[in-house]
Design a protein around this ligand. Sequence first.
Ligand SMILES: *Cc1c(COP(=O)(O)O)cnc(C)c1O
Length: 372
Amino acid sequence: MKIAERVPEYIRSLIPYSPGKPIEEVEREYGIEGSIKLASNENPLGPSPKAIKALQARLDQLHLYPDGDCFYLKHGLAEKLKLSPEQLIFGNGSNEIIELAVRTFMRPGDEAVMANQAFVIYRLVVQAAGGICRTVPLKEFTHDLSGIAATITSKTRILFLANPNNPTGTIYRRNEWESFLNEVSEDVLVIADEAYFEYVDDSEYPDSLAYHDKGKTLLTLRTFSKLYGLAGLRIGYGIGSPEIIGLMHRVRQPFNVNAAAQWAALAALDDQEHVSRSIETNRRGMEYLRREIRRLELEEIPSSANFILVRVGNGEEVFTELLKRGVIVRPMAAYDFPEYVRVTIGTMKENQRFIRELERIVKIHRRVAEVS
Ligand SMILES: *Cc1c(COP(=O)(O)O)cnc(C)c1O
């Protein structure tokens, strides 16, 4: 038997993650220039200037292995979050923390529960480990927490929740979260993925960190990829009890977080000006886009994050039309939202360009529909 034939069916049937198209690729394919990317929820203002400075100051140290313990970053963040450093684990993006949690807490045949339209990485990582995914339909575009709690069996090891959810941008609120926690026993790990935490402006939004000392088994995920503008460096973190974090450290590679990411993240944490400017840019961009989408008589899903789902009719077609015009968004058929595209809030200029191109496409489609 050849080695390839020994690969289990759950690996063979994996469909690799399809990321947002990079600008260079689109420009090469369509022979265009000056494109904008509103496809991967990156910070349109770029990285924190303080992070860039911190990186530049230490480029001559890149021949050295990174600090495998992330000592300075860990202590800086622990102080900021008022936690003990033993409650923190860093990863090559928060995606790696998802993988560490699955490798630590799931064996082949164990189950994980998640919404059927949540971040696809959960499904991919669980399947790659031989785990079984139980999915629960969204309710009004957000997590159905009581449905998720009702799907727990004796085989369930992990529950994945994204708050805000990706790709819908919706949140679940404090009441639902608290009754949900009451129904979940401590032998199930609840992962609260809060990649967009800093963007949320809603008084009923539950900060999962406030629930870590209440007898449940919680792992909160946060990242430097979104608000802090460091997606290219790959750094995110998990917060849990020292026991949970200690177990995950056992399966972690010794140098999983590169040196540049550690220097930049520590500096970015301190860059309050960049953070405030980023949140304000997002708030104004979101207001503008929602207004314009309604003016075009299209629907949007109310989002608490830095992106928005827009119902455009044929999502794949509108995505391709926008690509040709140099505007990269994300088609949503893979998430079972074939009528939608997901667009990241950009700078005001980028948002205006998106609306201008979308308006042209929508008008052409409507004219064609009238004629035929
Ligand atoms: C973007 C995103 C992340 C962040 O991933 P990184 O690996 O930290 O870049 C995590 N979870 C969700 C739901 C996201 O949308």
